[in-house]
Write a new protein. Structure first.
Length: 157
């Protein structure tokens, strides 16, 4: 379990490469607007087409010639721009970890919004409940997110 907030949270997450699943999770929970007010999101056109939602607050990045799948574009954008990535896909998160790319999921971005005071602790509970309904997070991931929430609340006192 986390004992302190990561430097990236404290310094501020400025930009993220994002995949379709995370865009969808944030749309369904209602936090995409809050997150986009804090973070610039980048994605290739194939990701935006996969989501199929018009006028997303995501900056389109041209696809690289050698990238073969939508999942690969998320990592390629993170590497090219030297930014962290946001995904719900365990394979993408594992690959990011192996490549030394900082990475998050929507639950961690929800925590980040709490830290940045974009949402209140009461708002957090509402969005967290929505996220639990739509996500496939393991009990370990949910416990980690809860421990993180408690750390953030302590830091805000």
């Amino acid at each position: 379990m986390p004992e302190e907030l990561p430097d990236l949270f404290l310094a501020g997450i400025k930009e993220l490469s994002i995949d379709a699943s995370s865009i969808i999770y944030m749309l369904k929970t209602g936090i995409l607007g809050y997150a986009a007010a804090e973070i610039k999101f980048y994605a290739c056109p194939c990701i935006l087409e996969e989501v199929g939602w018009p006028r997303l607050p995501v900056i389109e990045v041209p696809e690289q010639q050698d990238v073969v799948s939508n999942d690969d574009t998320v990592i390629a954008v993170a590497e090219a721009k030297r930014i962290p990535l946001l995904s719900e896909d365990l394979a993408i998160l594992k690959e990011a970890s192996e490549r030394g790319i900082p990475h998050f999921n929507t639950l961690m971005i929800l925590n980040y919004l709490l830290l940045k005071k974009r949402i209140t602790p009461d708002d957090y509970r509402v969005y967290q409940a929505r996220l639990k309904e739509i996500s496939r997070y393991s009990s370990e991931v949910l416990e980690y997110g809860e421990a993180f929430r408690k750390l953030i609340l302590k830091s805000l006192l």
